[in-house]
Design a protein around this ligand. Structure first.
Ligand code: NAG
Length: 453
């Protein structure tokens, strides 16, 4: 009796709660994008792989199954339809996407371009978050340990306050809910985001607080955590390379302020490292390295190489090179007293934390490099996004932050943007034409994607 009853109840659970089905007004056709799998050395033997990209489900139209009534509009849920998360999950469906017209996303050959503000017929879209796919229903996953990941980027059209980000998170390759990866579900990261409308196939409507300064977003009771490897967070002024650890590298759902991170009142109360161990040359005192007309000249495209040295489930070092024109450029040696070395190791993170006199050290508290290694060994999904920052105006990337800190304090100055810059209302109205282009992705064992000096 008992096993049988259990079987029936789990079936019921599946059919009622595994929601987030799909609508039928717009077919879902992913933009196609190739990338290269390399072997050997120096980029000489790379094979083209056919891929495609999908936009995250959070950007999509969410409406009643079978009619046009919005389940979510602006930054609010329809509280009749979504009086409970379970009811909402069965009543509401997510739609297909018109990538160029609605979201400003275009792919061509080996390149992906994301536009910042796109005025569509029904709505104005701000930024996007996309995932590389292996096939229509499955995200591509990468084990970065012992490998290098290389891509070209054009950040010349990204001013203060914008962030063109290329990074990896430990999402499930199949996505979540009925919609699955085909509709860009299942996102998680090191901030344990609570702005997701659906988590694990279930709506996040109950307790939703609309944002006070973002007409498209809000914060729900539930959050979605997993380890995050920020290979690239950048604009034309500043750049950061940042691992974020988590107690569990793989997806974990969190609740309320126990999520910690950006979306909670208590930043350090969650299971993940909200701050990360960041390598930002400017923040390390090397102010002439990255920017327009600097050593890495952001007025033109360049190649970004990131090596993940290690083997098995050990990640020992994260190393960065740039290639621009015929020059290979290593990450610079930090100038902050007490930090030596131009690559990220656990010891390097310890030194940075001490030198910047940080009051907390969440990267280490939540597992440090070992957590990253655990996530990488599971396989990570590639995210390419463009966003502005309704919480801190991106000042943590490109200005002095906290804004009242003396810029000469180690770690305070991160870029030369004004502390008044990056306000979303300003950048969305003045820099709507901003865009980022990612192209020429290559992946393979250390030394296989470029000519290492
Ligand atoms: C919310 O949903 C109910 C039930 O479908 C509908 O009658 C109502 O018009 C909706 N409200 C809005 C503002 O769309």
């Amino acid at each position: 009796m008992l096993p049988r009853a259990f079987f029936v109840s789990s079936l019921l659970t599946t059919s009622l709660v595994s929601g987030q089905g799909v609508g039928s007004y717009q077919s879902e056709t992913h933009p196609k994008m190739t990338w290269q799998q390399c072997s050997g050395t120096g980029g000489s033997s790379c094979k083209s792989v056919s891929g495609e990209v999908v936009i995250d489900a959070n950007w999509r139209w969410l409406h009643v199954k079978g009619d046009y009534t919005n389940c979510y509009d602006g930054n609010k849920w329809n509280t009749t339809l979504c009086s409970s998360n379970d009811k909402c999950s069965t009543s509401c469906v997510v739609e297909g996407a018109d990538y160029p017209a609605t979201y400003g996303i275009t792919a061509s050959g080996n390149a992906l371009t994301l536009k910042f503000v796109t005025k569509g017929s029904y709505s104005t879209n701000i930024g996007s978050r996309t995932y590389l796919m292996k096939d229509t229903n499955t995200y591509q996953t990468f084990n970065l340990i012992g490998n290098e990941f290389t891509f070209d980027v054009d950040v010349s059209q990204l001013p203060c306050g914008l962030n063109g980000a290329l990074y990896f998170v430990v999402m499930d390759a199949k996505g979540q809910g009925t919609a699955g990866a085909k509709y860009g579900t299942g996102y998680c990261d090191g901030q344990c985001p609570r702005d997701l409308k659906f988590i694990n196939g279930k709506a996040n409507a109950v307790g939703w607080q609309p944002s006070s300064n973002d007409q498209n977003a809000g914060v729900g009771e539930r959050g979605s955590c997993c380890a995050e490897m920020d290979v690239w967070e950048a604009n034309s002024i500043s750049t950061a390379l940042t691992p974020h650890s988590c107690d569990s590298a793989t997806f974990v759902e969190c609740s309320g302020d126990n999520c910690g991170g950006t979306y909670s009142g208590t930043r350090y109360s969650g299971p993940c490292d909200a701050n990360g161990c960041d390598f930002n040359p400017y923040r390390l005192g090397v102010t002439d390295f990255y920017g327009k007309g600097k050593t890495v000249d952001t007025s033109k495209p360049f190649t970004v190489v990131t090596q993940f040295l290690g083997s098995g489930t050990t990640l020992s070092e994260i190393k960065r090179y740039y290639v621009q024109g015929s020059k290979v450029i290593e990450n610079p040696q930090p100038k902050t007293p007490g930090i030596t070395g131009n690559s990220i190791t656990q010891a390097w993170c310890d030194a940075e934390n001490a030198a910047n006199k940080e009051e907390v050290y969440p990267f280490k508290d939540h597992g440090g490099m070992q957590s990253m290694a655990n996530g990488m060994a599971k396989g990570m999904v590639l995210v390419m996004s463009l966003w502005d920052d309704h919480y801190a105006n991106m000042l943590w990337l490109d200005s002095t932050y906290p804004t009242d800190a003396d810029a000469s304090t180690p770690g305070a100055a991160r870029g030369d943007c004004a502390t008044s810059s990056g306000v979303p209302a300003d950048v969305e109205s003045k820099n709507g034409n901003a865009q980022v282009k990612y192209s020429n992705i290559k992946f393979g064992p250390i030394g296989s994607t470029f000519k290492q000096p």
